[in-house]
Each structure stands twice: as C-alpha cells, then as structure tokens.
Design a protein around this ligand. Structure first.
Ligand code: NAP
Length: 448
C-alpha cells in the first residue's frame, strides 16, 4: 500500500519494473515520492519535464570484478560497484561500503538518498555511492590493502576531483581511504587530494571529518530538542552501532550533558547505566578492532546482551547509527512504551516504514538520515574546499562550520515542511527541500 499522488504512480511502477528485486532502492524511492504530493500540485513544471522519472534513474551504474589474493595464496573474487546517481549540483559524491550484504540495490538506495542529502547541505555536490560485497571482518591488514588496491585499479578511471569523489561508509574508514588514495596516486602519478575524502590529517584530510557524521547527528537532534525548549542535559540516550558514526555521536551527546547508555554491533549490545566509557570503546573499536562484547570484560558493571536490541533500553532520545532497517516495528513499539520522545537517524534508512508510521502516530519527533547525518558529507565538501585551495583549517573553525550547516538543514526542513502544508514534519521537509534543489538545477540544465 502506498500513498502516492496519481501523477507519480506510473513513475513508481517503472522503478519497480526496471529495478526488480532491489527492495531497499524501492523503499528509499517510495519514501521520497510519498512526500511530493504538495510539490506536484504546486510545481507542475517538474512533472511536465519528467524530472521525477529522471531523478529515479541513475546517470551511470558501474559494476566490476575485484580479483585479489588472500594470505593463504587463494584467489578471491569480489564485485565492485559505483553508481553515479545525479550530478546536477556538482560532482558525484558519496561513500564506499565494504560489507557482504552489498549488491546493486543497496548501492542504489544509498546513492538516491545521497542525492537529496547532498542538496540539503547547500554545498556544490551531486550524489553517488559505491562499494563491494567484500567482507573485511577477520581479514589481515595486508589483505585489506591488497583488496583496496585491486578495487582502485578499476575505480580510478571513473573518478576525479571534478567527476566523482568517493569517501568512507560501513567497512571503509581512515585505513581503507589511505590504501585507496595511495593506489590512485600511484596509478595516475598525481597528488589529486580532492579525488577522495576522509583522508588522514597529514595527507590532505580535514579536521573534524572523522567526527562529523556523529557530531552533526547530535547537533541536528539538539535543534529538534531546542524547538521544544529542551536540551540534551540529563537525557537518557540509546545509540546503536559502534562504528564511526556511533562513536562520535556518543562523544557529542556526552559533551552536551546527555547520558549515552548503549552501543552495539551485529553480535549484540552493551548497556552501561553509568554512561558509555568512550576511551574504552575507542580503544576496542579504533585500535584493537575488536567487538563490543569486549567492553564488559574491562567494565564488569556494564552488561552485554547477545539477544534483543538497544531499543529495549528505556530512553528519551534514540539514535540509530548502525545500518538500514535496524529499527523495526517491534523496536519502535518498545521505544514508545518506554517513553521515547526523539528519534534521529545517524545511519541511512535505519527505520522501517512500519516503525516510522508507529513513531509518527505516537507523536515522537522523528527526523530522517538524509537530513540528520548530512554532516559527514558536508564536512567532506569542506575537505574538498581545503584541498582546492591547498589550505587546512583548524578543528574549531571546521566544527563551527559543521554546526552552522546542521542548524541550517534543521531550519530549512521545518520551514519547507511549513510551506508545503506539513508543519513539524521533518520527513516531508527534508525530502521536499532536497528535491527542489536538485529539480531546479535539472530544469536549468536541460534534458541531459
Ligand atoms: P562503520 O564504522 O563500519 O560501523 C558500522 C557499525 O554498524 C558497526 O558497529 C557494525 O557492527 C554495525 N552494523 C553494520 N551492519 C550491521 C547489521 N547488519 N546489524 C547490526 N549492526 C550492524 O560504519 P559507519 O560509517 O559508522 O556507518 C554507520 C551508518 O551510518 C551506515 O548506515 C552509513 O551508511 C551511515 N553513514 C555514515 C557516514 C560516515 O561518514 N561514515 C555518513 C553518513 C551516514 P559489525 O562490526 O558487527 O558489523
């Protein structure tokens, strides 16, 4: 069952037919199209120029073989992807994900979301995404390096500072960006720093990029709290995940006086009623590359649960920061029963449509990832800016820019929602504000 404007039904049916089996992509498209009712009524020119059909069709989709040799001498074959979704606003920009669940449908959902997210930042960046079904878990550093080098040996011909600028995502952090950039530099014989973001601070990276997605998520949710005259101070906060986004979301929650009580990975979750010990979590995840279950060994007062989820923990603010569709109807119902008031998505599409409906019916303030987690890509655009001017800014200045951008996105979501007859609706606000930016540029650029 969908709630689409009659003018969009055909478009959605085409998406289903052309992208058979790509359920995450269908889900992401439907969520945006369902927000466009009032836009179709107010701006018929978009429908006349088939802008919505065009936006749903990626400009280019690249799939390639990634052969590499593991530590035992066995030849391994993975599949690599890069989807150039939309370049109306700037070069394609979006991360690379290395996870065994990756297939074209995941990359397309992420690229589609990225297009609107990047538009919301107000920065000159189009939307793209890529990755591989490579599973980094249990692989040695040498294997990771060989895989990254092989991946880049194909990818390099498709990317460039003015064409397509990848970054990290699940399974791709600073270490992987280093190996990817190293191979790009070697093949092209040029130090084109602006070709990839998330670089290390001594080789072209930006201050605050590592922290940006998590910090930005919390800055956004802080604005949601402020809109109701509230703050993070003393609030119980449940965070899922224990990667790049989750760690720095927890850090900022703690700085703002909130009580971040949980973290998780695919094997279970940790509850620490004293608040997550961030130094310990960073040591486990960033240095030892271990699992969250290691946390309770060092901190016996905390508990590890292999079953259930962080959504079982009573909290006022919930920040899903792990992966898509991790907050389902049962989790949402548990959160509602326990009095949750705010849900802000640090991850991309972590909440299922049924869970979103339940949260909204219960009057929980809910804001979608394409707005809430846009601070990562916004700071990547700041990294590109620094690379282009061969400059590097201080942490404080970069963080301040990030903070301003997040406040700007929050306000533009609320203003747009108001303008299009859905006051307080962050989903409508984010989808419409992002869409209009991209659509207006596409109209101006003609049928290309
Ligand atoms: P990451 O550093 O690789 O961490 C991912 C975390 O999520 C890990 O704790 C991982 O646990 C957990 N996870 C992954 N798949 C899971 C699953 N199927 N079930 C349960 N837990 C799972 O990745 P990240 O960069 O933090 O990304 C997290 C989310 O934020 C993703 O949705 C990503 O698209 C989004 N995002 C990231 C950025 C960025 O700048 N990095 C920007 C915007 C949005 P395991 O170790 O057990 O897999």
């Amino acid at each position: 069952m969908h709630h689409l404007h009659p003018a969009l039904v055909g478009t959605y049916e085409t998406v289903l037919r052309r992208n058979a089996g790509e359920v995450e992509f269908h889900q992401a498209v439907l969520e945006v199209l369902e927000s466009l009712h009032a836009v179709v009524e107010k701006r018929p020119e978009y429908v006349e120029a088939s802008i919505i059909e065009r936006i749903c069709e990626p400009e280019r989709q690249i799939i390639f073989r990634v052969p590499w040799v593991d530590d035992r001498g066995t030849v391994q074959i993975n599949r690599g992807f890069r989807v150039n979704f939309n370049s109306a606003l700037g070069p394609y920009k979006g991360g690379l994900r290395f996870h065994p669940s990756v297939y074209l449908g995941i990359i397309k959902f992420l690229g589609f979301e990225q297009t609107f997210k990047n538009a919301l930042t107000g920065m000159p960046i189009g939307g793209g995404k890529g990755g591989s079904d490579f599973d980094p878990k249990g692989r040695s550093t040498a294997e990771i390096m060989r895989f990254c080098q092989s991946f880049m040996t194909e990818l390099y011909r498709h990317i460039g500072e003015y064409t397509d600028v990848p970054a990290g995502d699940i399974g791709v952090g600073g270490r992987e960006i280093g190996y990817l950039f190293g191979q790009y530099k070697r093949i092209t014989n040029s130090y084109e720093a602006g070709v990839i973001t998330g670089k290390g601070l001594t080789w072209g990276g930006s201050q605050a990029r590592k922290e940006a997605t998590g910090y930005g998520t919390v800055y956004f949710v802080e604005e949601m709290l402020k809109a109701n005259g509230e703050s993070f101070d003393g609030r119980r906060v449940a965070v899922s995940g224990s990667g790049n986004v989750a760690i720095y979301a927890i850090e900022k929650v703690q700085e703002l006086g909130g009580r971040a009580l949980t973290c998780s990975d695919s094997a279970g979750y940790v509850l620490d009623e004293d608040g997550i010990d961030l130094d310990l979590l960073k040591q486990i995840k960033e240095v030892d590359r271990g699992r969250v279950s290691d946390y309770v060994i060092a901190r016996p007062q905390a508990r590890f649960f292999p079953e259930g989820s962080v959504w079982d923990v009573p909290c006022e603010v919930a920040l899903p920061c792990a992966t898509e569709n991790e907050l389902r109807l049962d989790g949402a119902q548990e959160l509602i029963t326990n009095g949750v008031r705010y849900v802000g998505e640090g991850a991309n599409m972590p909440t299922t449509p049924e869970a979103i409906r339940a949260l909204r019916e219960a009057k929980v303030a809910y804001a979608p990832g394409k707005a809430v987690n846009a601070g990562g890509v916004a700071t990547s655009a700041l990294e590109m800016q620094q690379n282009a001017s061969r400059d590097s800014w201080s942490f404080e200045y970069t963080d301040q820019r990030l903070h301003q951008i997040m406040k700007g996105i929050h306000d533009s979501c609320l203003e747009t929602a108001e303008e299009f007859g859905a006051p307080g609706d962050y989903v409508a606000g984010a989808n419409i504000a992002g869409f209009i930016q991209v659509a207006d540029a596409m109209l101006a650029l003609g049928v290309v």
